[in-house]
Design a protein around this ligand. Structure first.
Ligand code: MG
Length: 279
């Protein structure tokens, strides 16, 4: 073999050996040994830092919001009946207008005026796509409770099929702050933990402003305002990008998208879901 070819071969061999290590380092940021802040619950210490904050994604040191009684905290009870002009997405009778795996029928169970997530049946989403909107959702976590941290009463409400308001049983159940009940998943914990107990019906009233794109670029980020059990827990919060696990979510251009309810393997129940378009 000519010396030049030999050099090329050696260079290629060392590239192939080094590359997986480099990629592994890029995928997980190393824990910071100088971080002496107390660990406050389950979570991670080697994920990327969330831009504009001092916290990593799912940071196990990020403080949890104060626990509060929604009946004492709420300034007023938001109405649960659909207002004039609202589209009823689920009235407790059937899953018409919802799709399951591979655009097939939604396979969640419907009984006694509610639907229930069925493990491994997949997340479900509306046939119709929506942009900016006001969304009302009622849900209940399983009773008796089962599992811990992210394994207890996990589901989620996704706006435009990608921005998740977390559903979790956060009643006496610690997890990472940006993944607890009513968190903007992986980005911001709610301002208060006003989670009701297992089996109790709870409400989300979500005001979503869809992002605006110019070509590949986001020129106006998505904005979320969320009331949990009529308590304001996110006030006009700009999203950093799509909801992501263990990484900082990015934006990619999209138009209107369906409302999605997550199957995370736990039998979370839903009832009385309606939406009012605001764009
Ligand atoms: Mg979830």
């Amino acid at each position: 073999m000519k010396p030049k070819s030999l050099c090329l071969l050696i260079a290629l061999a060392s590239f192939c050996t080094i590359r997986p290590t480099v990629l592994a380092q890029a995928a997980a940021a190393p824990a910071n040994p100088a971080d002496t802040r107390p660990v406050v619950g389950p979570g991670y210490d080697n994920t990327p830092v969330i831009p504009g904050t001092e916290w990593r994604v799912h940071d196990n040191r990020r403080p949890h919001p104060p626990v509060a009684d929604p009946d004492e905290m709420a300034k007023e009870r938001l109405p649960t009946a659909p207002p004039e002009g609202a589209v009823i997405l689920f009235d407790g009778t059937d899953l018409s207008g919802w799709l399951g795996k591979k655009n097939g029928p939604a396979m969640w169970e419907v009984q006694d005026g509610h639907m229930e997530a069925v493990k491994k049946s997949g997340s479900i989403r509306t046939e119709e796509a929506f942009g900016s909107c006001q969304l009302h959702v009622e849900w209940a976590s399983p009773n008796p409770p089962k599992g811990n941290s992210q394994g207890r009463g996990n589901s989620g409400v996704f706006l435009a099929n990608r921005y998740e308001v977390q559903i979790l049983d956060s009643y006496n159940n610690k997890t990472y702050a940006d993944g607890q009940c009513a968190a903007l998943y992986g980005q911001k914990p709610p301002d208060y933990n006003v989670c009701r107990g297992p089996g109790e019906w709870q409400t989300y009233d979500i005001f979503f402003e869809a992002p605006v794109f110019k070509g590949r670029d986001v020129v106006k980020k998505a904005v979320m305002t969320v009331y949990h059990n009529s308590v304001l827990v996110h006030d006009k919060v700009e999203l950093l990008g799509r909801s992501s696990h263990k990484k900082v979510g990015k934006y990619s251009p999209h138009g209107k998208g369906p409302i999605q309810l997550q199957d995370h393997g736990n039998p979370v129940r839903y009832r009385n879901i309606w939406i009012k378009l605001t764009d």
